[in-house]
Design a protein around this ligand. Structure first.
Ligand SMILES: *[C@@H]1O[C@H](CO)[C@@H](O)[C@H](O)[C@H]1NC(C)=O
Ligand SMILES: *[C@@H]1O[C@H](CO)[C@@H](O)[C@H](O)[C@H]1NC(C)=O
Ligand SMILES: *[C@@H]1O[C@H](CO)[C@@H](O)[C@H](O)[C@H]1NC(C)=O
Ligand SMILES: *[C@@H]1O[C@H](CO)[C@@H](O)[C@H](O)[C@H]1NC(C)=O
Ligand SMILES: *[C@@H]1O[C@H](CO)[C@@H](O)[C@H](O)[C@H]1NC(C)=O
Ligand SMILES: *[C@@H]1O[C@H](CO)[C@@H](O)[C@H](O)[C@H]1NC(C)=O
Ligand SMILES: *[C@@H]1O[C@H](CO)[C@@H](O)[C@H](O)[C@H]1NC(C)=O
Ligand SMILES: *[C@@H]1O[C@H](CO)[C@@H](O)[C@H](O)[C@H]1NC(C)=O
Length: 389
């Protein structure tokens, strides 16, 4: 049942990919001065060159374009894994040792597996790849394995590069969020190679706060990820770049995040610090890059710094509109709770959504419900203009 469910979405996606030749992005891409200031969320249904999309069949082209734009201006370019990297995994019980070589350089890190009761190689289970600190009962109790890794062993959370990723890519202008995303993906490689107890059709990724931003990047950059769960992710995650709701507390803005953690992104993000409206994307497109694969995000109402109202009232309706248009409206969800940053109860809130995606379970919670907030309609004047519907 689950297999059928996932294969169907792969076929739909393959149909988009057969679309006609895509509009070309300028080469080189402009710097901030050559980009228009866009006060609303950028229209998902208009190409960078101004050409309108005609139908969902054009999404493959638009997605490729947005994927380039987010790498150019925010993430840095994801390494060309298929051409360069050789992954060697070894397993000792529940420890995976992952060793990646590029040319004569090698980077090594490990992940720890935890299985739910009853796991056997003949009944493979889904896995949630995570950075630690989760409510394990939510996952193991639902029949989902955990693969946990130490992010710092992949890339140090520091301006000083360290860890397996930088052992390979020292000196490249790539953000640490992208490096962490790469870590999730190399664990997937190792699982496919060495862990027959895990079903590679049901990979999930999660993390909270800066690791929530990384989990979103992991979902964006690898289509093997079936479910992305960014928790309390804020700016550079699900928080909008352009819209803020500061009645009760300050929201993080680009000048804050680029001020203290410029290494999370490419240095090219810095040129947008006074001019964030020149970014050709916003967080709704980060979420839409995951489509039609599933994503649910957690947020706490009093976690003001992560802009929970913006994530719910701006990012969610806009991302949901794209998912609906792609025929996958029930694959994007939001789970709002009363608490603060990275409150452990967030995992219980996303549990039903996970069980729907991984086990096709019928659920009652409404993951489109953004109360206590309401849609901030001026952010997305294009929302009723979906082409080809
Ligand atoms: C950046 O913002 C400043 C201040 O609002 C403005 O004067 C300047 O023209 C903007 N630059 C671009 C490239 O839009
Ligand atoms: C495998 O792990 C066990 C402990 O879990 C350890 O005693 C053993 O030395 C390890 N084997 C190898 C080859 O690393
Ligand atoms: C991990 O694998 C690499 C390369 O195969 C090896 O050099 C290293 O000793 C291994 N580490 C552990 C802890 O097994
Ligand atoms: C590793 O490869 C690079 C070029 O690919 C070369 O410049 C360097 O000398 C090599 N280092 C070693 C230790 O072989
Ligand atoms: C797994 O089984 C053990 C032993 O029966 C039990 O103590 C534990 O609570 C079970 N764990 C889960 C997640 O069901
Ligand atoms: C896994 O890596 C950590 C460092 O990140 C190291 O401390 C630990 O010994 C490694 N464990 C194994 C079993 O290789
Ligand atoms: C962990 O998850 C279980 C299952 O959803 C829940 O019953 C428990 O209260 C959670 N623990 C915490 C500390 O939230
Ligand atoms: C879920 O909530 C949304 C937003 O409040 C609403 O439009 C939709 O009808 C609800 N769905 C169900 C099945 O109740």
């Amino acid at each position: 049942m689950v297999g059928v469910f996932i294969i169907t979405s792969a076929l739909v996606y393959a149909a988009y990919a057969s679309a006609a030749a895509c509009p070309r992005l300028p080469n080189p891409l402009p710097t901030v001065d050559g980009l228009p200031s866009i006060p609303t969320l950028p229209d998902p249904w208009t190409f960078f060159d101004g050409t309108p999309l005609r139908s969902p069949a054009d999404w493959a082209c638009r997605r490729e374009e947005v994927l380039t734009l987010v790498q150019q201006y925010f993430y840095g370019y994801y390494p060309d894994h298929s051409k360069e990297e050789r992954v060697h995994a070894s397993r000792n019980g529940t420890t995976l040792n992952i060793s990646v070589s590029v040319g004569n350089r090698t980077g090594t890190f490990n992940a720890t597996l935890t299985f739910p009761n009853g796991t056997t190689r003949f009944r493979p289970v889904p896995v949630m790849i995570n950075t630690g600190g989760v409510n394990e009962t939510v996952f193991l109790g639902s029949g989902v394995a955990l693969a946990t890794f130490d992010v710092d062993s992949v890339a140090a959370d520091s301006t000083t590069p360290g860890g397996a990723f930088w052992d390979l890519y020292s000196g490249e202008d790539i953000g640490v969020l992208t490096a962490w995303a790469w870590g999730y993906h190399r664990i997937m490689d190792a699982i496919i190679d060495k862990v027959p107890e895990i079903d590679p059709q049901r990979f999930g990724v999660t993390g909270c706060s800066r690791w929530g931003k990384a989990a979103l990047a992991a979902g964006i950059f690898d289509e093997r990820v079936a479910l992305s769960i960014p928790m309390s992710s804020g700016l550079e995650g699900i928080g909008p770049w352009r819209f803020f709701f500061e009645e009760d507390g300050a929201n993080e803005m680009i000048q804050n995040i680029f001020g203290y953690a410029p290494y999370w992104s490419t240095s090219r993000l810095g040129q947008f610090v006074p001019n964030v409206t020149n970014l050709p994307f916003d967080a709704h497109l980060h979420a839409a890059l995951v489509a039609p694969r599933a994503i649910v995000w957690d947020e706490g109402e009093i976690d003001y710094w992560t802009n929970p109202e913006g994530e719910a009232s701006v990012t969610f309706p806009a991302a949901h509109a794209v998912y609906e248009w792609l025929g996958a409206g029930d694959r994007v969800g939001v789970a709002i709770r009363p608490g603060d940053h990275c409150d452990i109860s967030g995992y219980t809130n996303i549990q039903d959504f996970m069980n729907k995606i991984f086990f096709n379970e019928k659920i009652t919670r409404n993951y489109s419900d953004i109360s206590p907030y309401t849609p901030y309609t001026e952010a997305f004047p294009w929302i009723n203009d979906a082409p080809g519907k």
